[in-house]
Design a protein around this ligand. Structure first.
Ligand SMILES: *[C@@H]1O[C@H](CO)[C@@H](O)[C@H](O)[C@H]1NC(C)=O
Ligand SMILES: *[C@@H]1O[C@H](CO)[C@@H](O)[C@H](O)[C@H]1NC(C)=O
Ligand SMILES: [Zn+2]
Length: 990
């Protein structure tokens, strides 16, 4: 975007007192796209909207590139490039025809390869509304296992491409999640704030669907936030009639076997009357379960329209022959349509719609078929995706803070683009969800790794520029298993800790070393307390010869907001660690710091209580590992197996791995650890750092044994004295929290048929149980599934290893191995526990969860630093208020930066922090002058003040309040609880 001319113009506006200091251009005049391009309907008739569409998974049975090219058709016949070629051809043949396209990851690949002529032709189709983009994110994200920050990023990327390429005719009006396996309230909230007028999906619980069909409640108004003022998070939501498939008997793709329309009466098998009769009867039946005289039919499915002629030739005929009947009194009118054209008619109907406040989890398509396994499937990929998100935010920030030198500096050409794309692809509903084939999972991980490599060059360039030191920077990605060649061998090195949060962070560092004593000094030259302890047996077992450190060096680091601090480390002494530093083979009665105290049962070695010393509260708390025996399908009630999607234990009682743990205790000035050994494949460290308000449970699980031919789903279960009364709480996509009640759904009378799997919910970043006095919160380091099956209990599924495919298409058992772990994947992760009174619990878990998502980036340089090196830096002028999270700082184009500020507390969640806060944009950055600002919608594809959405009326509930007025000042940004505000800033490096 070029901003020079309008910027001058708007500067004048600003000086004359007009609100805003916009960075934008005026939109171009509209062609006849959008709602204006819809075909006319017939008011007195039943109007059937035929929506030609294709569902193109951004990776599933094949990789995203294999799908694009149509490679490996032996696995699945699918080639997206041919689909787009063929559809464009067919759209040109008849101006009445319509097509919608959804996944920008594919469209972008195709677009790049087209000639100017073809691009102009396609622009024309888009301007006339004949080709319409719906949803329009890079992919159709999973809703259970994605983090909101990554979803916003991937939507922003896809929608930006569409706007840059097609202008406002490329802006999707409708969100379209026809395949994800359950629907998150936070997704609905985000879609509303992205400016969508409505949302359609295909999958929901079969009981819920049946009830909604009878009650004609398949279309509703989803009020998707308890904090945001309506209609900010209100989203009109519709359930499609047949998943996303055509009605039975009407699939005319080359992949289908339904009879074509044979309309020559002189030939054999003339079937027009039969086709029309069948169609009318389906249309009438469908109309009975919806409210208006408009119904929608999805004419397409997975990777269809590769030979679009088949579909369109038959649809042309269907429309002609069905509408011909109108002259004989038929009251059915069929038309080519799109989801937005259908939505427009629902809006015109001027009805009131039922209000929905909860979400659509868990999803079951039959009594024993709960799609709650994928909440945990592929736990290693889920963790890699989550830390990649954090790393991408760091990379984005350092691109802004470094300026042009970040992309081309002393270490070569770096970029954030590669990781942005890899992360966007990883949000797909068969990517981070874990429901893809193994080779496709490997491809997602490979893309992320490649993205990291590109970001590392960028990060090195910026840190070198900010610090004034061009010493080569070393990255150690395996610190979690104590592998880092530099620290293992070096006698003198420095540690740079970059903190992507807007608040200072204190972080424990644990480095593999071979010395026994080190001296460490911080950026001010002050000595830092450190300890050297032997590498645990569990860690040595997981790293498998990839490193040879015998010890770990522990110390606590502090880093300023949006900045770094540097620590210098020097070896003092070699040799084996002193006996005092080694763990003792005993069960401690208690370990404690100034905030928390935990006790252990001396008989079993298990946790027995947790106390918050500040609030003087104590709960009984034990924890252990169990596994559910995965159903193998050999069962009298149902043949459903546990698989990548589905969780189906064959008994409700999990097997205990060991009633007792062998324990070792390590206590020093930095950390106290109780190392628990449950079996050769399950161990844990219960860890309390000196200044932490959270108790860390670092679990290591795997290789899950399958020698007994039993699939296993491994859980960590916390059993407490909290009187939770059948209720627990889980977050939605890492943001707002929803209440979950055992064997209960808020909107229908549940007939519970799976006592465990039917009570599992996605835990994206946290879950808690509470009573009047105590709240026990668990912050997770990745998405997992979990439930509260007994009062006071919270279980989290950590790892799954299964021997059968669950017949949902992936065609492989979820049985992960790798080169390093040929006998089964080993996975390590952390649960962070805190105990607080319910009224103040958020004050701990909100910042804690952000620290886990945006953990510091630790990099190393070998040897002595040059004395002129700048050891500390902060990109902020001041720490932001505790309620404010810096969600996005990302280079938009040459002179502008995308900024998102988020209020990270819910309304009424915290006495102290659930208040509106103000941030001054000009006083934000220390190295950037902010010259201009324009507010945008959440996905940054529309200017905020041009954002108008269709308004919808709810059957019940309060009427929405009027929309917010302009802010009193341009630079002072006010944030209410759970609000995210998105700005394009015009900046200049100081
Ligand atoms: C919509 O319905 C309301 C009554 O619910 C009515 O007052 C209003 O005029 C209607 N609007 C239109 C455009 O028909
Ligand atoms: C959309 O793209 C057009 C150019 O096609 C540009 O002028 C406009 O500023 C963009 N809008 C947004 C919100 O970025
Ligand atoms: Zn799909």
């Amino acid at each position: 975007m070029s901003v020079s001319t309008p910027f001058v113009f708007l500067l004048l506006l600003f000086q004359s007192g007009v609100w805003g200091f916009p960075v934008r251009q005026t939109p171009q005049e509209s062609a006849t796209c959008g709602y204006k391009s819809c075909h006319a309907t017939k008011p007195g008739m039943l109007n059937v909207h035929l929506v030609p569409h294709t569902h193109d998974d951004v990776g599933w049975l094949k990789t995203v590139d294999q799908y694009f090219y149509g490679d490996r058709n032996d696995i699945q016949h699918a080639g997206v490039q041919y689909i787009l070629d063929s559809v464009v051809d067919q759209l040109l043949k008849n101006p009445d025809r319509r097509f919608i396209y959804v996944e920008t990851a594919f469209f972008y690949r195709w677009w790049k390869q087209q000639t100017d002529d073809m691009q102009n032709t396609v622009k024309q189709l888009v301007n006339e509304g004949r080709l319409e983009f719906v949803n329009g994110g890079w992919c159709m994200s999973d809703e259970a296992t994605t983090h909101y920050s990554a979803v916003i990023d991937q939507m922003t990327m896809g929608l930006r491409f569409l706007n840059d390429t097609f202008g406002h005719c490329g802006r999707p009006r409708v969100a379209w999640h026809i395949d994800p396996f359950g629907h998150a309230r936070e997704h609905a909230s985000m879609f509303a704030q992205m400016g969508y007028d409505g949302f359609f999906f295909g999958r929901l619980d079969y009981q819920d669907r049946n009830r909604r069909m009878v009650a004609r409640e398949q279309e509703m108004l989803w009020r998707a936030s308890e904090s945001l003022t309506p209609p900010m998070a209100d989203l009109f939501t519709g359930i499609l009639p047949n998943g996303y498939n055509p009605p039975e008997g009407f699939c005319w793709d080359q992949s289908c076997d339904d009879p074509p329309i044979r309309d020559d009466p002189d030939l054999e098998d003339y079937n027009v009357d039969d086709v029309v009769t069948r169609f009318l009867s389906i249309a009438h039946a469908q109309a009975l379960v919806y409210k208006t005289n408009h119904i929608i039919m999805t004419m397409g499915s997975d990777f269809q329209y590769e030979n679009a002629n088949l579909w369109y030739k038959n649809l042309d005929k269907l429309i002609r022959y069905v509408n011909q009947k109108q002259s004989n009194g038929s009251e059915v009118n069929v038309l080519y349509s799109t989801p937005s054209c259908y939505l427009q008619e629902l809006h015109r109907a001027n009805l009131t719609w039922p209000l929905k406040g909860d979400d659509f989890f868990p999803y079951a398509d039959s009594a024993h078929d709960f799609w709650t396994g994928y909440f945990t499937s592929r736990p290693a990929l889920k963790r890699y995706e989550r830390i990649s998100n954090g790393y991408l935010q760091t990379c984005n920030q350092l691109e802004v803070l470094g300026g042009p030198i970040s992309r081309k500096g002393p270490f070569g050409a770096g970029d954030s683009e590669t990781l942005k794309k890899a992360m966007a692809v990883a949000q797909h509903h068969d990517a981070v969800s874990g429901t893809e084939k193994q080779h496709v999972a490997n491809d997602y991980a490979r893309r992320l790794a490649n993205g990291w490599a590109h970001c590392q060059v960028l990060v090195s360039n910026t840190l070198s520029s900010l610090s004034g030191s061009s010493a080569p920077r070393v990255y150690c990605e395996h610190l979690n298993v104590s592998v880092c060649p530099l620290t293992e061998t070096s006698k003198k090195f420095s540690v740079n800790v970059y903190n992507p949060l807007a608040h200072p962070v204190s972080w424990p560092v644990r480095l593999p070393v071979n010395g026994t004593a080190y001296s460490i000094s911080d950026a001010n030259g002050k000595a830092v307390d450190s300890q050297v302890v032997p590498v645990s047996q569990a860690t040595a077992a997981v790293r498998r010869g990839r490193g040879y450190a015998v010890n770990e060096l522990l110390f606590q680091v502090q880093a300023p907001p949006l900045g770094y601090s540097t620590y210098s480390v020097s070896l003092l002494q070699n040799g084996r660690p002193s006996p005092q530093s080694s763990p003792l083979p005993r069960v401690p009665t208690a370990v404690q710091n100034k905030f928390l105290r935990v006790t252990f049962d001396p008989e079993t070695g298990l946790l027995s209580s947790l106390s918050n010393l500040e609030t003087q509260q104590t709960v009984k708390l034990s924890q252990n590992f169990y596994w559910y025996n995965a159903s193998d399908g050999n069962n009298s009630e149902s043949i459903q197996m546990s698989g990548a999607y589905i969780f189906r234990p064959n008994t409700s009682t999990p097997f205990i791995i060991s009633k007792t743990a062998k324990t070792e205790t390590l206590q020093n000035s930095v950390v106290q650890e109780v190392r628990q050994w449950f079996s050769p494949w399950v161990s844990q460290v219960v860890r309390l750092y000196t200044d932490s308000r959270a108790l860390e449970l670092e679990w290591t699980v795997g290789p899950v044994p399958i020698g007994d031919d039993l699939g296993k789903e491994v859980i960590s279960r916390l059993d407490s004295s909290i009187n939770s009364s059948g209720v627990f709480y889980t977050d939605s996509n890492g943001r707002e929290v929803l209440q979950r009640r055992k064997d209960y759904r808020p909107t229908w009378n549940l007939r519970q048929s799976e006592p465990i799997a039917g009570n599992y919910y996605p835990i994206n970043s946290r879950a808690y149980i509470k009573d009047d006095k105590d709240q026990l919160t668990v912050v997770t380091d990745r998405s997992q599934g979990g439930g509260s099956i007994q009062d006071g209990s919270l279980e989290i599924m950590l790892h799954r290893r299964l021997l059968y495919d669950d017949v949902r298409g992936v065609g492989e058992p979820l049985n992960e191995t790798s080169d390093i772990y040929p006998e089964g994947l080993v996975v390590r992760g952390r649960l962070l526990l805190s105990l607080s009174p319910p009224a103040t619990a958020a004050d701990t878990h909100r910042p804690l969860a952000q620290e886990v998502v945006l953990q510091p980036l630790i990099t190393f340089t070998d040897g002595e630093l040059h004395p002129s090196t700048r050891l500390e830096f902060s990109g902020l002028q001041a720490v932001l208020p505790p309620a404010v999270h810096l969600l996005t700082v990302s280079q938009w184009d040459q002179d502008s930066v995308l900024l998102r500020l988020e209020h990270q507390y819910q309304a009424s969640e915290s006495k102290e922090h659930s208040q509106p806060v103000t941030v001054n944009l000009q006083k934000l950055f220390s190295t950037l002058d902010v010259l201009g600002v324009s507010e945008m919608n959440l996905s940054a594809n529309q200017w905020k003040d041009e954002m108008t959405r269709l308004d919808w009326k709810a059957e019940s509930g309060e009427m929405p309040l009027p929309k917010r007025g302009g802010d009193p000042s341009v630079w002072e940004v006010n944030l209410k609880p759970m609000e995210i505000r998105t700005f394009l800033l015009r900046v200049r490096q100081r």
